[in-house]
Design a protein around this ligand. Sequence first.
Ligand code: ADP
Length: 590
Amino acid sequence: MKQLRVRILGFLTIILIIFSILFIYMASSIIERQAVTQQGNDLSVQLRTLESQLNTDDFTQETVEQISTQLEATADVVEERITLMDSDGEVLYDTHAPLDTIENHFDRPEIQQVNEGEAIGRFSRTSESTGDTLYYVATSIVNDDETLIGYLRLSKNIEDMSGMTDQLIQALLIFIVVAITVALVFTQYWTNKLTTPLNNIKTIADVLSYQDYNVRYYASSYKEVDDLGQSINNLAINLNNQMNEIKENELKLKELINHLVIGVLVVENDKSITMINPAMKNVLGAELYSKVGKAFYEGLHSSELIALIEKAMKTQTIQNKEIQLVYPTEKIVDVNVVPIISESLETINYIVLIYDITEIRRLEKVRSDFVANVSHELRTPITAVKGFSETLLDGALKDEEVLVEFLEIIYKESSRLDAMVNDILHLSKLEQRQVSDVREKVRVKEVAKEVIQILHQKIEAKHISVHLEDTDHAELYIDPGHLKQIFINLLANAVSYTPQDGEVSLSIERLENDVRITIEDTGIGIPQDQLNRIFERFYRVDRARSRNMGGTGLGLSIVKWIVENNNGRIEVESVENKGSIFRVILPISN
Ligand code: ADP
């Protein structure tokens, strides 16, 4: 902005100087011309006076020379140069130069002008040798016959006008200095008025470039500058809005990525890891966080995963693969590597999405195992029913003893089949949540008593004594059907796997937030190494014995499912040939 001030001032100074020079030149030439004309007029008047004083009436061309006598008398009192010439232009008399040095003056312009009819011929000439400017006035001398007898000329050094021009220049110089000073002051004032708001606008633009969009321009100058400031303000407001929108979107995206259950990892073009979301910690281990900024292959332990990312980098295409990981834990993951390609078709980075599908695959396996197990379990009773009924049809029917025995077997096997199908259906209904889950306040003891009643035939048949204890009058907020199923399965097992005259005790205790149901028997117990397997579907410690008892191998898995879906847990303790203790802990209210 300083430049603008300097430029305006420089421009004004040059204009002033040029105009001043022009003015001096024109003024001095006008003054000079005026002065010369004035002096020429004065000289002409003098010439006329001199001529009138001369007595030339009786002279002829031959006697004209004698006029010089009259002139000599005058010459002493006249400063100007007086020259007398005859009618041919020969100089007869001259006050300032010896005659022999003077040439013929007939061709001189002032003489020619007289010859051409002018009363007074005038001419000014600058001497090459002295540099003086001489002004000549000439007139003709005639006698009383009006005959031209000669020429009289007066000449004078024209007064030097340079002094006057110097004064003019001095005055003009003073004028220029004053004018430049005034121009400087005004330039300073106007440029300040212009540059201060412009500097403000520049500062605002600088601040905007540092992403601070809260600065504003406040009008204080010319309309055009204020309009510019207003445009900058509009720009700042728009940028601010855009920045807020970007920040909001960034925040949303960040929240989304942080809460995704899928692991997200971003790899730059230079192979460095730039971002990892929290879910990735569960998939690839927490120490991956320390690898941010490093090459992706330093942080990953699966060569298959590294190869997949490298393939995406090489082919610039989306890659998908199911990979088995062994570190930090064994898992099956579904990996997608997505190259993010910019508008200029350059790849900016790669997003690696890892979805832990271990549980899905496990459930798939459980399901297919279940189908295999069901088919296997059903085959035994069906084969038995089919075999025995075939034998009967083949003739055994006629032997009444065999008939009754076979029919009993067929009845037993079909009952088992019925029980098994019922249990399978029950379990699948539970899993598909087709069983109504109506929670209500339930007195646990009442349900236990009801179940003892249901199973009383079985209990009495084996002379088993059942004790029920409930000192806390515990209550649960639960689906009563679920609670009943827990008691039926556990109590039925306790009775089934306890020999004649054994004991089964049920105790119900209220803990701080839970209710603990303990079912203890004095039965055959379970081997330690199989304790954690008895909750698996169709798992039975002693297959033949279980089958004999009418067991399906599904009772405990149904209990486990119900307990876990009510946010509880089931524990078991057992000593072979001494007895087992099953403990179910359920929260009072979910
Ligand atoms: P089952 O229909 O065979 O009883 P469960 O799922 O209820 O099937 O039980 C699985 C296995 O656990 C049983 O076959 C049995 O071997 C063992 N078991 C369950 N409860 C007891 C118990 N109270 N005492 C001894 N063994 C038991």
